[in-house]
Design a protein around this ligand. Structure first.
Ligand code: ARG
Length: 467
């Protein structure tokens, strides 16, 4: 990009112009223009406070504020010419302010402030806003999952460990497992949001300020609950970015696990679900193909978000106090991860809403693979046998059935009793997948009553947080 040659706001001590390659290399305007609204809000609050503290005149403060509002409108109307030569969003705005209100008044805005506390403030404001946005998307997805759980309470599926059929569970119980993950994700994001509730403005470049700034007034105007306690820390702290990126990463890891299951479940082999046609694509060579691209891509994009987290952590690692230019590298991973998370949550919500559930196929497979063997072992325990012994007996029964190509339900009472005289007619009440599910009625288990409890609690969780 060819840059015009605006005056550098820091040019006083320089005699040679900045090399064009250096300008391009050091500029962040191409990505940090995304912080324009936060930057202007911060400057407006700062200007108002400077006026109220009589550090500048109230009329100058009013002129600055009006100028900043005008610039905001210009940016939103797409009329603002961002310049690489002006490096970043802070200097692009201030330089334009100089044109709008004149250099004399514009030059007073930066009193008692540095770009270091300015960018720290912008990031905090941005994160607080965006975290709330992601939180509401998490709640929406949670709500859709709860609705799908409540609407399919009679569907039984095989539960797995090691991807081998283990014990039957309610499909709703399986969905509600993801709901628990999302609830924790929500709370983590809320914690992160709360920890970002202090304003860093007034920290200056690193040492604080010698002007009688009213830091709390700025904090109040911007919706913070207090002010940061150490100027060196405040300008070099990117914990909020790191925490947000971790929270996004874990959220994406959860979505990736779910998506992996959707990919498996939509295969011919499983046939547990059918993804809506609008969420799949075909193959350019194999006419029969319907590929689960959306869950595959969410799964793939989770790696990208984890990459952003790692990138930020490595950038921050070993940085001496206080501000270092390295920290400008915090923004692109944050923006990229944020956009990926928002896109993934949105599409996931619609995909789950439109998912077709193949309950017959799930039920059929829930009964396969001797999935109620544990119930039989428990049955013998209730008749007095130690569990290890009952496990052994049922294991032998399974082996016999496998060798003779039989199911539990094919065995006669005589055959059962050859394995243990403790087997009686009442064993038929524990043999079916439904029996196994009904029996798991301890809190947190898969029995219908327990799943209904969780649905109710989660609806309350959502209601409490939707206010
Ligand atoms: N664009 C810079 C960043 O994002 C703003 C802070 C610049 N401060 C400085 N002393 N160069 O980190």
């Amino acid at each position: 990009m060819k840059s015009q040659k605006p005056k550098k706001l820091w040019g006083g001590r320089f005699t040679a112009p900045t090399d064009e390659l250096v300008e391009e290399f050091t500029a962040s305007i191409n990505f940090d223009q995304r912080l324009y609204a936060e930057d202007i809000a911060g400057s407006v609050a700062h200007a108002r406070m400077l006026g109220s503290q009589k550090i500048i005149s109230v009329s100058d403060a009013d002129i600055l504020i009006a100028g900043l509002q005008q610039i905001k409108e210009e940016i939103e109307a797409g009329e603002f010419a961002f310049s690489v030569a002006l490096e970043d969003i802070h200097m692009n705005i201030e330089s334009r302010l100089s044109e709008v209100v004149g250099p004399e008044i514009a030059g007073r805005l930066h009193t008692g402030r540095s770009r270091n506390d300015q960018v720290a403030l912008d990031l905090r404001l941005f994160l607080r806003h965006q975290l709330s946005r992601v939180m509401s998307l998490v709640l929406k997805l949670t709500e859709v999952l709860v609705d799908r759980s409540a609407g399919n309470l009679n569907v039984i599926m095989p539960g797995f460990t090691h991807l081998q059929q283990a014990q039957p569970v309610l499909f709703s119980h399986h969905l509600m497992a993801y709901v628990e993950m999302l609830k924790r994700d929500y709370e983590r994001l809320a914690d992160c949001h709360d920890r970002l509730s202090l304003s860093p403005l007034g920290s200056g470049a690193l040492a604080g300020s010698s002007f009688p700034l009213d830091r709390q007034m700025v904090a109040d105007e911007l919706g913070f609950s207090g002010i940061t306690a150490n100027s060196l820390d405040a300008v070099s702290d990117r914990d909020g970015v790191a925490e947000a990126l971790f929270d996004f990463s874990l959220l994406m890891v959860h979505l990736s696990r779910f998506c992996e299951e959707l990919v498996l479940w939509s295969s011919v082999q499983f046939n547990f679900i059918t993804l809506s046609d609008s969420f799949c694509t075909g193959s350019s060579i194999m006419p029969q193909k319907k590929n689960p691209d959306v869950p595959e891509l969410i799964r793939g994009k989770s790696g990208r978000v984890v990459g952003s987290l790692v990138s930020l952590l490595i950038t921050m690692k070993s940085l001496p106090l206080a501000y270092n230019k390295d920290m400008q590298e915090d923004k692109e991973p944050l923006f990229d991860a944020l956009d990926t998370v928002v896109g993934s949550l949105r599409i996931m919500t619609t995909m789950i809403r439109e998912l077709k559930i193949n309950s017959d196929s799930m039920a059929e497979q829930a009964g396969a693979g001797f999935s109620t063997a544990t119930e039989l072992a428990d049955y013998l325990v209730r008749k007095g046998l130690p569990f290890r012994l009952s496990h052994e007996i049922v294991g032998k029964t399974v082996s016999f059935c496998e060798q003779n190509d039989l199911l539990f339900t094919d065995l006669t009472m005589d055959q059962w009793q050859q394995f243990s005289p403790l087997f009686h007619e009442d064993l038929f009440t524990v043999l079916l997948p439904q029996d196994s599910v009904d029996a798991k009625d301890l809190f947190g288990g898969t029995a219908l009553v327990r799943v209904l409890d969780q649905i109710k609690l989660t609806r309350q969780f959502i209601a409490d947080r939707s206010k």
